[in-house]
Design a binder for this molecule. Sequence first.
Ligand code: B12
Length: 214
Amino acid sequence: MDYSNYQKTFLSAILSGDRNSGSAIIAELSDRGWSVEDIYEKIIRDSLYKVGDLWESGQISVSSEHLASAIVESILNEQYSRIISQIKINKTVVAASVENEIHQIGLKMVADIFEMSGFNVHYLGANNPLEDLINFIDTVKPNILAVSVSINYHIKSLELLIEEIRKKYPDLIIIAGGQGLKDQYREFTIKYPNVMYLQDLYALEDFLGKTQIS
Ligand code: B12
């Protein structure tokens, strides 16, 4: 099977609620030596983007969308033994979606890339109230804060987050990503030059390979 057949088979598995087949496809690709990044981007992310298109055009119900995303989350959790790194680099990342943002799957993938790179990862998932997030940062003192925004109108929450965190932690590396930023990221990075927008897992890997994190 080529890439697009794997992707289509995976999509039909998650839409029909067939968790075992979805999981088996990912296990097969893993056994064939596909990288975690390729599996996440080319099979799982692309399938979820198609789920979004099908939902937007009324071809599938909200229930099917929920089912597909729940299966994907369980499959991502299954990858733990593959992504856990034996070598720790003594650096910490906090990964959080902004306040009111209930999408968290892209962020989970991001957290997994950090885990593979040896970070201590605190994956907080969706909808993090700003005050609680700041308290959490006070406690774990991360080297990097990774934030995700899927919905355009949540950019305001991200701006507030950056402004508040900058007051307390002027040097904390903040990386941001997600579809909510895709169109506006240039304006955004001009406005907040000390915040990095990274488009996907390949860009993140590149960033981690090139950046000296203190
Ligand atoms: C699954 C899903 C849901 C699930 C979320 C479940 C969950 N646990 O996350 C549920 C059903 C809850 C949901 C709800 C809604 N959703 Co929705 N959802 C989706 C769907 C189908 C898949 C999302 C996903 O996981 N994609 C796969 C991941 C891997 O992709 P990703 O998030 O883009 O992440 C990648 C990159 O962006 C990047 N990245 C992401 N974050 C970060 C962070 C950092 C630091 C870095 C470096 C990189 C990075 O790395 C990832 C890998 O490449 C999308 C369709 C789509 N195009 O994605 C719609 C979509 C995102 N949803 C949409 C909408 C409108 C909604 C709702 C408002 C719908 C509604 N009317 O109720 C609500 C949201 C309410 C809210 N308050 O947030 C729209 C958003 C449009 C927009 N941009 O504004 C989309 C695009 C659907 C569409 N075609 O219209 N949704």
